[in-house]
Ligand binder design. Structure first.
Ligand SMILES: Nc1ncnc2c1ncn2[C@@H]1O[C@H](COP(=O)(O)OP(=O)(O)OP(=O)(O)O)[C@@H](O)[C@H]1O
Ligand SMILES: [Mg+2]
Length: 253
């Protein structure tokens, strides 16, 4: 279980998260939705200790992330697969080597690494691309390599940051299918950050909307769909202009 408790995060004078509370139960696929710039990526980064709260805490399975020493933080990160918003592959390495790199601090044997590499590429239907270089892949394929890299390491948690943003509808549908398959085959608890409602409705079993630094509403797909909160309703219906925070208006892709 991941738990945000009273998390406040500022950058200079800008308060991005303000007394933010959220529980992500083990075994769930929880989506965090919200306008561009609302702090979704910032929230996600706290889970892996890439950011530290100014107030409050984030805990994973009871351990407060910002209190972990270096070794414990490494250990936590090894249990988290992070699929970054921009695939973050190393261009000088092949697809296979990008994934092998994740094993460098582990004592996994070479045969086991090759087996996990092939398995994870098969889950995202990219077996053929093992020797390709990132520059030769489409955006959607690069995102799928990012997923393969995360799941190869058998994480307990997978954090997806905007897995479908910038993809065409067909590729988005493929990504949704991949996420469901990853979920089923890995058993990992998934957190998906997205402003793509169609994708979220197809993949998540819980949805939390982040607005003005805190959770506006959290509920099942049905509960969010039938919300009577105007902010949630408009976001869910794709009327994304009406309630955008100052400064984010019009920037929703
Ligand atoms: N390292 C940082 N330093 C300063 N400001 C930051 C930093 N990271 C994020 N911010 C600011 O925090 C706010 C929230 O950013 P964040 O990336 O979490 O938004 P988001 O909800 O993920 O948006 P998008 O949907 O566009 O990805 C933005 O105003 C951003 O400029
Ligand atoms: Mg983001």
């Amino acid at each position: 279980m991941i738990r945000f408790e009273g998390v406040t995060k500022r950058f200079g004078k800008k308060v991005v998260l303000h007394q933010f509370d959220l529980e992500i139960p083990t075994g769930s696929t929880t989506a965090i939705i919200g306008f561009s710039g609302s702090g979704k990526s910032v929230a996600l980064k706290h889970i892996a200790g890439l950011l530290t709260p100014d107030e409050g805490s984030v805990s994973v399975d009871g351990a407060v992330v910002h209190e972990l020493d270096a070794a414990a933080l490494r250990d936590l990160r090894s249990r988290i697969g992070y699929v970054f918003q921009f695939a973050a592959l190393l261009d000088s390495l092949s697809v296979g080597d990008n994934i092998r790199l994740g094993f460098r601090r582990r004592d996994t044997g070479p045969e086991e690494i090759e087996r996990k590499l092939r398995e994870s590429l098969a889950v995202v239907d990219l077996t053929e691309a093992i020797d390709s270089f990132p520059a030769d892949l489409s955006g959607g394929m690069r995102k799928r390599v990012g997923i393969a890299r995360a799941i190869a390491l058998d994480p307990d948690y997978i954090l997806f940051d905007e897995p479908t943003t910038g993809l065409d509808p067909v590729t988005t549908a493929t990504m949704d299918h991949m996420m469901l398959r990853v979920r089923r085959e890995s058993g990992a608890t998934c957190v998906i950050v997205s402003h793509d409602m169609k994708s979220v409705f197809g993949v998540a079993d819980r949805i939390a909307m982040l607005h003005d630094g805190r959770i506006r509403q959290v509920g099942s797909v049905e509960e969010m769909r039938s919300s009577d909160d105007p902010v949630v309703r408009d976001f869910v219906a794709g009327r994304t202009e009406a309630f955008a925070s100052p400064g984010t208006r019009g920037s929703v892709a």
